[in-house]
Design a protein around this ligand. Sequence first.
Ligand SMILES: [Mg+2]
Length: 346
Amino acid sequence: MKLKLSALDLHLINPWKIASSKGSSTHTVVIFELADKDGVKAIGEAAPASTYQETAHAVIQFCTGLDTTRLSFADVPGSMAWVNSLPGIPAAARCGLNLALLDGAAKRAGVPVYDHLKLGFREQQHVTSFSIGIDTPEIVRAKVLAAASYPVLKLKVGDPRDHENFAALRSVAPNKPVRVDANEGWKTKEYALEMLEDLAHDGHIQFVEQPMPRNTPPADLIWLKERTPLPLYADESCHAVRDIPHCAECFHGVNVKLMKTGGLSMACDTLQAARKAGLMTMVGCMIETGLLISAAAHLAELADHLDIDGNLLVNNDPFAGVTAERGILSFGSALEKTGLRVSPRG
Ligand SMILES: [Mg+2]
């Protein structure tokens, strides 16, 4: 098996700011290309997140010189058992390898990954939200207007301008369903409850993501869960299956991302464990290309909500796969019929 790695700088249409990070206008991802001796070519991607102290440089450094004889499209579970055993491997690197392995395995079988994983995919059924980052109220207003075709928005909060930004959104989208993401930005349970009660008056908020920091004592999170008027979803607090019991105690739902679980195989396990524990499920994303977004779309049948818009926020996405016109996910125009259903943009 041959492995080729390349770094790719994604350029954001608008600088991207959330509560837990400074604004940025580029984001570096790593593209994985795997080819076996039979000529099967597969692709994967890692979009390392600074929130989790991962970088593209570290992913490339870790994966350069890997013993690729341990990787096989014919045995993804066996290959992943070896990948997961590598000490210190970044979750983003596991994700890049897992995606490429599944792309190759499904291409060999002549089926899409969603069928290879026995999940299926219903066209016209799955809607992604469109995210509005932290900015000035004027720019939030302009971004909400530009996103008029998307039926659900996600507003990033956790900034002194939260009230003004929400009012700016409502000034141009009075009744649109909105998800609110605090990205750990509310530091005390009392302040978080005050914000939640305030937001609940709006009447069109679906849920609030990660109101408090991931290291908040469980007793405080349980206190908040008992009092909140809006459902609470874990994002930074939920990485993989091991976090599900904690999340079931402290939240109503979880946001599962390929970059946290380390790929599709583990994301499936995490979503299934979450549903078994009575949690609502959501599939989310980072700033990433259409390759990773398409991979996440293969999980749509396991998600109650989708927030996979990371490629819509950049202006140099080199891949075509799933589309999200008016927020509705579709593989209808994907030229590649098998694997992740992703091909280079023509
Ligand atoms: Mg989030």
